[in-house]
Ligand binder design. Structure first.
Ligand code: ADP
Length: 163
């Protein structure tokens, strides 16, 4: 039985993330999407909001669970008895950091290996940061995030900007 963790900030979940969730869930027995509750970064959405949106968009995929975590990913993996970490690779610019993280995590927990999935071509440009930038400037984000997330992003932007 292979249990994998797909970790990230998911602030907010994009169609690129959902594509990785779908594809990764087909290659492992159980996929836990681990939403990082990181005190250092200031996300647009709270941890509860990010978990809630992921639950909604991944609802139909039976072997996917959404959980939040804080602290070291390898400790979370150990706690869940997960042996695989899933990460998406978009461009060569992702590679250096991802390789370093994968090697560090393996060193800290030799039971865990990182599996990289290449982004689908149509999402290779997409990131949560781009989605937020477009939304803050009043652009259309329909092509970038799952349907239930569109309104939440616009609502949040209105809250933050007072517009
Ligand atoms: P982090 O803050 O850890 O980078 P993100 O929420 O931005 O987390 O991303 C989580 C994971 O999803 C990372 O492995 C990232 O490379 C991957 N990812 C993000 N956007 C895409 C995309 N458009 N296509 C494929 N993978 C992606």
């Amino acid at each position: 039985m292979i249990r994998a963790i797909y970790p990230g900030s998911f602030d907010p979940v994009t169609l690129g993330h959902l594509d990785i969730i779908r594809r990764a869930s087909q290659t492992v027995d159980e996929l836990i999407v681990g939403v990082l509750n990181n005190g250092g970064k200031t996300p647009l959405f709270t941890i509860e909001e990010r978990v809630g949106m992921l639950k909604e968009v991944a609802e139909g995929i039976p072997n996917v669970k959404i959980m939040s975590f804080s602290g070291l990913l390898v400790d979370f993996a150990r706690q869940l008895e997960a042996t695989v970490i899933v990460r998406g690779l978009r461009a060569i610019s992702d590679f250096e950091y991802e390789l370093q993280m994968a090697q560090t995590n393996h060193k800290m927990n030799p039971q865990v290996d990182t599996m990289f999935l290449a982004t689908s071509l149509e999402y290779s440009y997409l990131s949560s940061t781009i989605v937020k930038e477009v939304a803050f400037f009043g652009g259309n984000i329909r092509e970038f995030v799952p349907e239930p997330v569109i309104g939440r992003v616009h609502e949040k932007v209105r809250e933050k900007t007072g517009k």
